[in-house]
Design a protein around this ligand. Structure first.
Ligand code: NAP
Ligand code: HSE
Length: 429
């Protein structure tokens, strides 16, 4: 029998407790699958006395996660604290420098420091794994780095933030406005400590940047993600999109074009009947397109104790089996800097605007759009009790940049009473 693999787990929140539960419940199965017993030597969290619904008396304790990483009875450091910097980064670096493999669920840390950490892991000759950081329980990192390694990847897209998908689908099912459902999500404990990470699209942008690095062999480029959150999506947008056969999703998309790498995360209209359109609640979906395989769709729980711990354990088991893959699927030193390209792919747009209800207002809007070369596909004016007329326009495909300058022109006419809201309509594969 080989020696056991001894874990040090820093962070005993939702994910950390989930990992403890899997190891405690499935010890024999894990040993049978990996050929090694997997044990926990010690753990770390902020508050030692907190009741976590799990017995910790059999494990060592460290107040300081860096000390945990240094312990001689810890073979793998499992970082489940979160935060892009601070203790998570310090302890991860300490473990790697000590020649210990690291498993983390921390998308923020990897999106901002992934290149440096991957180089550090390679210099130490140890794996740094992060399956749980993207789309919770969906093994999309493994799919990209291993199963699809023979493909040139052309596009990675999907819904990567369960909280936003919950808010958007609950707004639709309840008919309640964004602010009410945001509070409901907060009460259910869905929101990150800083909710802007979720609703501002930042958390999903972190995940997209990580997937793009693997897909295209480029260094993680989170700053290259064009970000738009869901805060401005109104219940009216959801209803009107529904009238036209669409649902609104926070959709991420990374594609390689001749100009470079396009990365965007924004609320987008998708056909209601499509697999993405039918995604409910906290579920995530990752769509990968490769030149040989065509399209692969992965769907599952994007967050939560069990699903996220499942992904952490997949990485732990790979390390127990002796698998040593580079962090981003190829040596970190061979990853090229991503050449950024702005989204130029033409797509149809949904535009919501509020017009002064006076003669010629609509004509002026149509003229500005027409002069910018933007052709209107459909237009609808809704009943309105007040002085402002709510107008909905769907354009034929046009370049996003051309639309945004045309909308500035619309605002300059003075006939709109608030800034128009424009959402892209998904470009079919
Ligand atoms: P959480 O419930 O907030 O737990 C965080 C844990 O880290 C807590 O146990 C906390 O200790 C501990 N911690 C924080 N600062 C610490 C420090 N300085 N020293 C020692 N321990 C410290 O977080 P989580 O939801 O489990 O998330 C953990 C990581 O997984 C994050 O990177 C998150 O983004 C990622 N993730 C989470 C999910 C999910 O569904 N929750 C899904 C995918 C990825 P106390 O308990 O004593 O406060
Ligand atoms: N806040 C994240 C989400 C947690 O809602 O998807 C999982 O990464």
């Amino acid at each position: 029998m080989t020696t056991p693999l001894r874990l040090g787990i820093a962070g005993l929140g939702t994910v950390g407790v989930g990992v403890l539960r899997i190891i405690e419940a499935h010890g024999a199965m894990l040993t049978a699958r990996t050929g090694r017993a997997i044990s926990i030597s010690a753990v770390s969290a902020r508050s030692r006395g907190k009741d976590r619904g799990i017995d910790l008396s059999g494990y060592g304790w460290e107040d300081d996660p860096v000390a945990l990483a240094h312990r001689s009875d810890v073979d793998i450091f499992v970082e489940l604290m979160g935060g892009s910097d601070g203790p998570a980064k310090a302890a991860t670096e300490a473990a790697l420098d000590a020649g210990k493999p690291v498993v983390t669920a921390n998308k923020a840390m990897l999106a901002l420091h992934g290149q440096a950490l991957a180089e550090r892991a390679e210099a130490a000759g140890v794996p740094l794994r992060f399956e749980a950081a993207v789309a919770g329980g969906i093994p999309c990192i493994k799919a990209l780095t291993e199963g699809l390694a023979g493909n040139a990847i052309t596009r990675v897209s999907g819904v990567m933030n369960g909280t936003c998908n919950y808010i958007l689908t609950r707004m639709e099912s309840s008919g309640l406005p964004y602010a009410d459902i945001f509070e409901e999500a907060r009460a259910l404990g869905y929101l990150e400590a800083d909710p802007t990470l979720d609703v501002g699209g930042i958390d999903a942008g972190h995940k997209l940047a990580l997937l793009a690095a693997i897909a295209f062999g480029t260094q993680v480029d989170f700053d290259g993600v064009e970000l738009q959150g869901i805060e401005k999506v109104s219940i009216d947008d959801i209803r009107r999109a529904g009238d036209m056969g669409y649902r609104i999703k926070l959709l991420g998309e990374a594609r390689r074009t001749e100009a470079g790498i396009e990365q965007s995360m924004r609320p987008t209209l998708v056909p209601a009947a499509s697999p993405l359109g039918q995604l409910e609640g906290g579920t995530n979906m990752i769509v990968i397109e490769g030149d040989a395989v065509g399209q692969i769709v992965l769907r599952g729980a994007g967050a939560g104790e069990g699903p996220t711990a499942s992904a952490v354990m997949g990485d732990v088991c790979d390390i127990a089996r002796g698998l040593k893959l580079p962090t981003f699927g190829q040596p970190a030193t061979s990853l090229t800097a991503a050449q950024r390209a702005h989204a130029v792919t033409e797509c149809a747009h949904y535009i919501r605007m509020s017009l002064r209800d006076e003669p010629g207002a609509l004509a002026r809007v149509a003229t500005v759009l027409g002069e910018a070369g933007i052709s209107i596909d459909r237009m609808r004016q809704y009943d309105h009790p007040g002085a402002d007329a709510p107008v909905l326009i769907v354009t034929h495909p046009c370049a996003p940049g051309a639309l945004s300058s045309a909308l500035s022109g619309v605002v300059e006419t003075g006939v709109v009473t608030e800034d128009p809201v424009a959402l892209q309509i998904q470009v079919p594969s």
